[in-house]
Design a protein around this ligand. Structure first.
Ligand SMILES: C[S@@+](CC[C@H](N)C(=O)[O-])C[C@H]1O[C@@H](n2cnc3c(N)ncnc32)[C@H](O)[C@@H]1O
Length: 240
């Protein structure tokens, strides 16, 4: 915990200077306290339906104070709504079995389970917090569904900003996992990977709060979307 917070503090001072970093520190602590009230906690259990249906643990309601505090300083864990996930999947103009699905900031792994209902070649989740990664691994072990189509599922514990993208056709899923500087870093890695190995890649960006960052990438173009999400693709869309 202290290591995570120390790294956060060092990065913030480098990026924005001591005054802004201190302001952000207090803003985050205030946000953590506000989210600790019984009323807010009750609200977080609103995402439980998926877990009842599938007998897994992907709710944000059961997060301990430690994961919530770290989440406040990185990106708070919140699972994707299943209906919205299906809507986004239906927008992908792809042959699923040729693509690897990667969730950047996969938390307890709900999207990995939901993606396994599609015949992806492989599914990978990258999650920063070891506690959430461990829950994701348990969920991958427990999940049972008669309609499951992909069984090559993996949760990786690590920092998405330095994740080495596999040289395969990709579907990248983003649900606000990173602050602006981290998102820029991760997308620069993706740009380099696509330039080195040109291949089809799609990015689904749910709740696109930092859309301008994606607009600034060299390899991605916006294909469409709705108020809730945006869909981007690399310039090479043909499979070889
Ligand atoms: C809004 S949640 C999305 C969870 C999941 N993708 C979903 O849609 O159900 C964002 C997640 O990103 C994780 N995260 C934050 N910074 C990260 C980083 N640098 N590398 C990997 N994961 C990170 C958080 O711990 C959190 O679990």
């Amino acid at each position: 915990m202290l290591k995570f917070l120390r790294t956060w503090w060092r990065d913030q001072i480098q990026e924005r200077g001591i005054v802004s970093a201190t302001t952000l520190l207090f803003r985050n602590l205030w946000s953590f306290l506000r989210d600790s009230t019984p009323e807010r906690r009750r609200q977080r259990y609103g995402d439980m339906e998926y877990d009842w249906e599938h007998r897994v643990n992907t709710t944000s309601g059961t997060l301990g104070w430690r994961e919530r505090l770290l989440g406040t300083f990185h990106s708070p864990y919140q699972p994707t709504d299943p209906a919205l996930f299906r809507e986004m999947m239906s927008a992908l103009p792809i042959q699923f079995d040729k693509f690897t699905f990667i969730d950047i900031g996969s938390g307890k792994g709900r999207t990995l389970l939901m993606a396994s209902e599609y015949p992806f070649q492989k599914i990978i989740g990258v999650e920063l917090l070891p506690e959430l990664h461990q829950v994701a691994q348990e969920n991958l072990r427990l999940y049972q569904s008669e309609s499951q189509k992909c069984f090559a599922l993996e949760s990786v514990c690590g920092n998405a900003t330095t994740f080495p993208f596999p040289a395969e056709p990709l579907v990248l899923y983003l649900f606000n996992p990173l602050p602006e500087s981290g998102l820029r870093q991760m997308l620069a890695n993706l740009d380099r990977s696509l330039a080195a190995n040109p291949r089809p890649a799609y990015v689904l960006y749910y709740n696109p709060l930092l859309e301008h960052v994606l607009a600034g990438t060299a390899q991605l173009t916006r294909l469409g979307g709705t108020e809730s999400y945006s869909l981007y693709s690399s310039s090479k869309t043909e499979l070889t």
